[in-house]
Structures are given as C-alpha cells and as structure tokens.
Design a protein around this ligand. Structure first.
Ligand code: 4AD
Ligand code: MG
Length: 461
C-alpha cells in the first residue's frame, strides 16, 4: 500500500490511488466541496484531498469526516493549484472507517501542553510533535545499529532480570513472586530461598557486566536494551525505565573509548539529520530554534577532553554562584555540567579521571591513588549523555575496590573470573537513548522522548 510520504515525494498527476489515514482537519467550501488534510504517520506532511459535492455519499457522510476520524479515500492525483503542496487527491470515493466524535476527541485544537499530552499518551503519537519524535527515535535506533555493525561489533542481548547491582547505587526494582501481603501480615523476615530465583533479584540498571563477558570472549560488542532505575528523581532528565546503548571493547584504553564515544554521537546525529530532515526542521521551528545549529555544531566540531580536576578549577574560577557547591571529590551537578559545556567550552566535552570515591567499583584505578579512569560526555542543554570508563582488569585491585565499595567478591565470582583467565585491558560506555532523543529534538522533558514514560508514581499505559 502506498503511503503519504511516497505520494508527496514522487506521486504523479494522473495516478489513481487509494489512501487511508486519520483526518487532521476538514474545511468546507461554500461552493459545495471540502478540503481534507489526511495524515498516515509516514511523514510530517498531510495529503490534501478535495472531495467534490458530486462524490457518492457526500451529502450524508462528509460531516463524519472530522478531526481524528479514520477514512479511506480513492481518487486521482492532480497537480495542486494551491500553495504548500505539489499534488492533491481529487476523491472519487470515500469511506469513513472509524468515527471520532468532535465532542469527545481530545485532540481538537493545536497547542495542547506537553503535560496534558502526557495524560493521553495513547493519542499523542497522532500529533505532529510526537509523530516526529517517534520517527527520530526510529532513525536513531537504526543509526546506532549501523554504527556498530559497520565496525564489526557484535550485538548481544544481556539479561533484564539480574542478581547484581552494576552501578552499586542501590536503585534497583525488586523482582519477586513472594506474596508480599502475606509476608507483611506474618511480620516475619523475608526468606529469599523461597523466592522464584532463590535469592534477591532485580531489574537491571546496566548490561555492562554481562557485555564484558562477551567482549572478553568475542571482541567488540554492544547492548541496546531497556534499563531500570528506582531513583526518586523528578527531573527533566531522569526516567525509571530508559534505553541504554553499551559498547564494550577489549584491548581498548580510555583514550580510545573517548574517541569512539565522540565518533558514535557524531555518526548518529549525521544519520538523523540526513534521514529526518523534515522532522528536524519542524523541531527547529516549533520546539527549539537552536536545535539544528547545535546538532551541526556537535557533528562538525571536535569535543574537548578535560580532566575532572581541571574542570573543578574552571568551575571554581568561573565567578558563578551555583546552587550546589563545587568541591574536588563531589559529583558534578547538572548546573555545573551545563556551565562547562554551554558557557565555558561551548561544545561537547569529555570529562575524565574522576575521584574514585564517587564512581563504581569496576573502573580502573589510576596510579595517583585518588582517581579512576572514568569518562562522562557532556553536551549542551542536557549535561551528561554518556558515562563510561576503562575497566579494572587487575584481579587484586578489583577485589580491593569491591571491599572498599562494600560488595562481596563472592557474589561477583564470574566477573572476577574474567580477570583470572586471560584478562585484558578493556573499556566501554553507556549512552542514555532518551537523552540522545532530547538532544536530537530539542524537547525539554525526557518524558516526551519515550513513548510511555515511567517515573515516580506514574506507569499508566
Ligand atoms: O553513567 P551511567 O550510570 O553508566 C552506566 O550505567 C555504565 N554501566 C555504562 C557503561 O559503562 N557501560 O549511565 C549511562 C547513561 C548516562 O550517561 C545517562 O545518559 C543515562 O545512561 N541515564 C539515564 N537516562 C535516563 N534516566 C535515568 N534515570 C538515567 N540514568 C542514567
Ligand atoms: Mg553516569
């Protein structure tokens, strides 16, 4: 079946065709015919359809062709005399497939707030903005796979249910089949031996640890899947369920990791700019007037690479008053990250060599005894978009770090085995896919960058 995207680009006047979609608007002319704007989701553009009063059923049915209704039209494509479109369809037949009562269909007028649209997430893909976001998400997913497949990386599916906490932040959703209500009434200690997996299990926060297994067996690999964090942060950059892309490379150090992360972001931006031009133009006009310029700049400029310690000095000398104090040893807040990338460097930066006390156990320790080979990529408007590191490949150092982080090395016996048998220098990173979509679209809130956002107190749809 032809779709509107193809018709708008290469439909030829004189062609007869049938097209189905959802009505965006209908306008009736005084001269007894109607203009319908039809959208089928294949692109931003609508197909204009002219329905003459002579078309069978016009008098009885044209009033049912209302915003949101699904309709099938058959007719002949004509050169359009009007502005704004090359061709239009002169209908000879139409059939209303599904009504949308104007009294109750919520998407009547344009300009609903994004907050309101989040409450009707089942209908928001029918708006221009959410249609465009969905197409950009699709193109960006394809670009992710292309980037790694072109470089010979192996796509691995890491588990969603896990019994280890990769990031060690304790922000995990528990997975259990125990009868919580009964346990509560008995007021006994939970006996996980009785649980489905016979020990505490959770939804994964990262596929990294398992990706390391494949990287140290089969070479460069990547994961691209959902991850879950029960952090109670109601910000515009956090979701409880988000998608992450995690490449992992053996025989790779931090410098090579930083380089790959930069190439990766540039490549995805380039693909989306070339394959979703109309959607990006829309975002640039309607959502954020700087989005196109920002994306081209990120694609074309090289990223700055800055040690954490130097970033702290820059922040201290900035003369700015931040809400959160700046001090060596504490994590950077979003306001600090944004100052560095937006105001100081005015481009993406890769911060590296963070204090070990604020980073997870698996990062490689530097000889200074204070820092680890961590890297974060910060981009304008978002702040951190990538977190990664070179991994600790030395068994004794890794075991000591686990003790320091209050982890039991026995729980990670298989992870430690990778260091016992044929250990190698290796590195990787994780890119938050929805933060990338924020960057690509200019959307302010990450909840609008995933079809059905999960956030504290919110898991409708
Ligand atoms: O920095 P993070 O926690 O790194 C890891 O999970 C590593 N295991 C990755 C690796 O080295 N393989 O998370 C990586 C990225 C962040 O930079 C951010 O873009 C995104 O995941 N992210 C979130 N996105 C949306 N909502 C949240 N709650 C997020 N938490 C992290
Ligand atoms: Mg991080």
């Amino acid at each position: 079946m032809r779709r509107i995207k193809q018709i708008l680009t290469d439909g030829q006047p004189g062609e007869t065709l049938t097209i189905s979609g959802w009505v965006r608007t209908r306008r009736d002319s005084k001269n007894g015919f109607s203009f319908v704007e039809l959208n089928d989701g294949s692109c931003m553009g609508n197909l204009q359809i002219v329905v003459d009063g002579e078309v069978p059923g016009y008098a009885d049915n044209i009033s049912k062709v209302t915003t949101g209704a699904s309709v099938r039209f058959t007719g002949e494509l004509k050169e359009s005399p009007g502005k704004g479109q090359r061709v239009e369809l002169a209908a000879s037949e139409f059939e209303v497939l599904g009504l949308a009562d104007p009294q109750s269909f919520p998407l009547q007028k344009k300009g609903h707030s994004f907050e309101f649209l989040r409450e009707i997430a089942h209908l928001r893909p029918r708006t221009n903005t959410f249609g465009a976001i969905a197409r950009v998400r699709n193109a960006a997913s394809a670009a992710v796979h292309n980037f790694f497949q072109d470089r010979g990386f192996l796509y691995v599916h890491t588990p969603i249910i896990t019994t280890s906490d990769c990031e060690g932040a304790g922000q995990m959703f528990h997975v259990t089949t125990l009868d919580l209500a009964r346990l509560a009434s008995l007021q006994t200690e939970i006996d996980y031996a009785q649980d489905f997996f016979a020990k505490p299990a959770s939804l994964t926060v990262s596929g990294q640890l398992e990706a390391e297994i494949f990287a140290t067996s089969l070479g460069p690999c990547y994961t691209f899947g959902p991850t879950f964090r029960a952090e109670n942060s109601n910000t515009t950059r956090h979701l409880a369920e988000f998608w992450m892309i995690e490449p992992e490379m053996p025989f790779f150090d931090l410098q090579a990791n930083m380089q790959l992360a930069e190439e990766f972001i540039k490549s995805v931006i380039n693909h989306v700019l070339t394959s979703c031009g109309d959607d990006i133009d829309f975002f640039n006009k309607r959502i954020d007037k700087t989005v196109l310029e920002t994306l081209e700049h990120i694609r074309d400029e090289s990223f700055a690479q800055v040690p954490y310690t130097e970033a702290i000095e820059i922040l201290e000398k900035s003369g700015k008053t931040f809400e959160f104090p700046v001090a060596w040893g504490s994590d950077l807040q979003s306001e600090h990250e944004r100052y560095l990338t937006e105001e100081h460097f005015k481009k993406p930066i890769v911060l590296f060599d963070y204090p070990r006390t604020i980073k997870p156990f698996y990062m490689r320790c530097n000889d200074d005894g204070k820092t680890v080979r961590a890297m974060d990529v910060l981009v304008p408007r978002i702040g951190e978009i990538i977190g990664g590191s070179q991994r600790e490949e030395r068994l004794d150092v890794l075991e000591a770090r686990m003790q320091e982080c209050d982890l039991n090395p026995e729980d990670y016996w298989w992870y430690l085995d990778l260091r016992r048998f044929g250990t190698v220098e290796h590195a990787g990173f994780g890119l938050g896919f929805e933060r990338l979509i924020q960057l690509l679209t200019g959307m302010q809130n990450i909840r609008d960058c995933i079809p059905f956002p999960r956030t504290p107190k919110n898991a409708e749809f």
